[in-house]
Design a protein around this ligand. Structure first.
Ligand code: NOJ
Length: 788
């Protein structure tokens, strides 16, 4: 409580009691929608966009008001989002397409592994390569602005949030690393990145006020308000803003504001989060793009920091008549100052210059008609090596949760395959992802390679596990038989399984944008399928295509369940990826990007708010204690801890060393933030203070890769027992071989947010740095003290 009060005082706010949260967070006094209190900062171009700033400013100075409005307001067109150009000044217009797993809705492109599957690899090279490869596909399809990546909204606070699989880790540090790399990967390929969704976007239920898609809209459109994420200053900084800061550092061209309200002001109108935090504190120079329907008001959004209205008046105006003609009129009558529109136009054009899109002739825009009335066209721009990359990420991300020695598969043997998830969707490869909800509950949906909504990308093909297992059997001499129905097959199971050496059951759970998962169960038929398998076989391997945690408690400890793999949503090469792991061609090294609880109730309460009220409120009362921080602080034993994952070999850790001679200044900032910090001896919050290193030895019999993790215990009363502050993957270590893992600790990694002084500081006292294979197995530790 003290902390929260200080937080408010620090913002120069007199405490009032008007808010419904007066006892917890004085939202009313924060006044987050007040653009007089939280004005837009002046543009400079930042560290890297100085030239672009000069060019964009000169161009905008030559534009009429109508032309400026044209480059800020969405219109109808072939892409998911479209901006009109200013042809007389050489601006042809802009095409914006989703999404984080590949170009959508466009054919002739790849379905990459989901963010979560990629996160589970903990492999910085693969995270970058996926984005870079995807970036080339965006570029080659004529897309100027990719509506990707997801960079911490959602972060994964709520286990049932149905979009967590689009993003990364339930941890700001690791998501920060992935945000930086994925923005850089896209932009190195020439397409502008849109980091999304800013900020505290952690549930779908009540995400917007319209009745268009959501069954939960109980009140008429306009009366219903979006869910308000209410969070204090410390939580904002230490948890939710962190990964967006990394996206800024990577030079993200754009940011997308989210659907929710933040502290009772619509995110896309929120002067405090957009003007003050993002453009001020983080020094963001690019443009803020509204999520489709996240803009509810022409004036509040403009003054609150929005720079690009999407889809604006496009999309058949189903979200209203936004900007365009309205903005013109509002500027002409003085309601919105013209220099605010100049600022927005410059922010949109700066990255266009910086990325060289003004010079480059992008290929013609290629979008499909089924979605938004665009021109027809099929152009396959996939590169030959992309399939291999998708396969590799799928295999490296597959997380081995249990193995009693049955894996890797011995050969030859009699294999029974069970479950419709092993094979093709009976109604078409992409039948689960084309629209927002298509994945008919009563259909056999086949291998779940991706979740649904705007995060889906069309699979050009889908290699199913059964395809690959059969092809393998030809080579290994195994016998294979598959039961690909999920129900009504008990008699078949009872006759096939006792005559099989091993049973591989494929199960899944569907998650789609717009609807949070009702629970954390597998598909309704799949627990029963596993139960039937364990009744007829003592060697059952379970493979799960899932968007996050699922309840495994009914069967996980059954001795007949001999191995379990979380294969996530792995993309078009699903079958190749999992069979690589099953046969040991790839030794599993995936580790959990979130905490896998034994019971849903073990997570903090009230993560998805579904109260039938016009102004639903989600109070982030757990504060900075999300995911493993909560489990550690509350002493709750999870089923599998954050960072957990098995291998076919074993690793030993030794020789921990903390070396201050490696200190160096920040070398990674493409753009710099303005975050304040106490330690005046450093030039940047991202300067490296020292390196911690350790030796990892492969103590088993097969080559393997290991993700070593570093956790810091920060000496401040309000901190969790430990927080992740480094990870390093050693790859393909031969039996008996050793390798060094090292972790650079930056000033920010040691800092906490001072709510009174509004800056980061390093607490005085002893820091413990622990290194090991997961958040709860940390064999090595060392102490570092900060005294002055
Ligand atoms: C809504 C989603 O939240 C966002 O991620 C996406 O980019 C837009 N729709 C456009 O499809």
């Amino acid at each position: 409580m003290k902390l929260k009060l200080e937080a408010l005082l620090s913002l120069g706010i007199a405490l009032g009691l008007s808010s419904v949260f007066a006892q917890w967070l004085d939202v009313a006094s924060l006044d987050s929608g007040n653009s007089t209190k939280w004005p837009a900062p002046a543009l400079t171009g930042g560290k890297s966009w100085g030239d672009a700033y000069a060019k964009a400013s000169a161009l905008v100075a030559n534009m009429t008001l109508a032309e400026k409005v044209n480059v800020t307001s969405g219109i109808l067109g072939p892409c998911v989002g479209n901006l009109g150009g200013v042809p007389r000044l050489g601006i042809e217009g802009f095409c914006l397409e989703d999404g984080p797993a590949g170009v959508r809705p466009v054919h002739g492109t790849s379905q990459f592994p989901s963010g979560l599957a990629t996160a589970a690899t903990w492999d910085v090279d693969l995270i970058y390569q996926r984005s870079h490869s995807m970036g080339k596909e965006f570029y080659d399809q004529g897309v100027h602005i990719a509506l990707a990546p997801v960079t911490g909204g959602p972060l994964g606070r709520a286990p049932r949030m149905s979009r967590n699989w689009e993003g990364w880790y339930a941890d700001p540090y690791a998501t920060g690393i992935a945000s930086y790399l994925s923005v850089k990967g896209l932009q190195d390929a020439g397409v502008a990145a849109t980091s999304k969704h800013f900020i505290a976007y952690e549930q779908e239920t009540f995400r917007n006020q319209y009745n268009r898609t959501e069954p939960y809209s109980i009140f008429p459109a306009g009366e219903q308000r979006s869910i308000s994420s209410n969070l204090d200053d410390k939580t904002t900084h230490e948890i939710y803003l962190w990964s967006f800061a990394e996206a800024v550092r990577a030079g993200t061209a754009h940011m997308m504001c989210s659907y929710n309200e933040v502290n009772q002001t619509q995110a896309c109108h929120n002067a405090y989060t957009q003007n003050h935090l993002l453009k001020g504190e983080l020094g963001f120079q690019g443009s803020i793009i509204s999520d489709w329907g996240g803009q509810h008001d022409n004036v509040a959004s403009a003054l609150g920091g929005l720079d690009m209205a999407m889809p604006g008046s496009g999309y058949g105006q189903i979200f209203g008549s936004l900007w365009g003609e309205n903005l013109l009129e509002l500027a002409q009558n003085g309601t919105i100052p013209e220099d605010r529109i100049d600022d927005a136009a410059i922010r949109i054009l700066m990255p266009w210059f910086w990325l060289g899109q003004d010079q480059a002739k992008l290929p013609e825009v290629n979008a499909i008609p089924a979605y938004y009335n665009g021109p027809n066209g099929y152009r396959d721009i996939r590169e030959a090596e992309t399939a291999g990359l998708v396969r590799r990420i799928g295999a490296e991300g597959a997380t081995l949760l249990k193995n009693s020695g049955v894996l890797p598969l011995k050969k030859p043997q009699r294999i029974a395959v069970l479950g419709n998830d092993a094979t093709d969707n009976a109604i078409g490869t992409n039948a689960c992802g084309t629209g927002y909800r298509d994945c008919p509950k009563d259909n056999l949906n086949g291998t779940m390679s991706m979740g649904g909504g705007s995060g889906y990308a069309y699979a050009p093909y889908l290699v199913t596990p059964l395809d690959v297992l059969k092809a393998r059997s030809v080579k290994t001499g195994a016998e294979i038989s598959a039961i690909t129905l999920d129900t009504g097959v008990n008699a078949s199971i009872q006759s096939l399984l006792p005559n099989s050496d091993v049973v591989i059951v494929f199960v899944n759970s569907w998650a789609v944008e717009g609807f949070d998962r009702a629970d954390i169960k597998l598909h309704p038929n799949h627990d029963a399928l596993i139960a039937a398998a364990v009744n007829s076989s003592s060697n059952v391997i379970v493979v799960m295509h899932i968007p996050g945690v699922v309840d495994v408690e009914r069967w996980i400890d059954n001795d007949n369940v001999t191995a379990v793999i979380a294969a996530w949503y792995p993309g078009q090469e699903a079958g190749n990826a999992i069979v690589d792991v099953l046969y040991g061609d790839v030794n599993p090294s995936g580790k959990l990007p979130f905490t896998w609880a034994k019971s849903y109730d073990d997570y903090y309460p009230n993560t998805i708010i579904a109260d039938a009220v016009t102004a639903p409120q989600s109070n982030f009362t757990e504060g900075i204690f999300i995911d493993y921080r909560w489990f550690d602080a509350q002493n709750i034993t999870p089923r599998y801890e954050f960072g957990y994952g098995l291998s076919y070999t074993t690793f030993e850790y030794s020789d921990l060393l903390l070396d201050e001679s490696t200190a160096h200044s920040d070398e990674l900032a493409i753009q710099e933030t303005n975050e304040a910090f106490a330690e005046s001896e450093y030039t940047s919050l991202y300067d490296v203070l020292f390196t911690v290193s350790a030796t990892v030895t492969n103590s088993g019999n097969v080559t393997g890769s290991e993700v070593a993790q570093l956790y810091a215990s920060i000496p401040e009363d309000d901190q969790p027992p430990r927080v992740l502050r480094g990870f390093d993957k050693v790859k393909d270590l031969a039996p008996g071989a050793s390798s060094t893992v090292s972790f650079e600790l930056r000033l920010k990694d040691l800092s906490v947010w001072d709510v009174v002084k509004q800056r980061w500081y390093v607490p005085r006292g002893e820091f413990t740095f622990s290194v090991g294979p997961s958040s709860r197995v940390l064999p090595l530790s060392t102490v570092w003290s900060k005294s002055t």
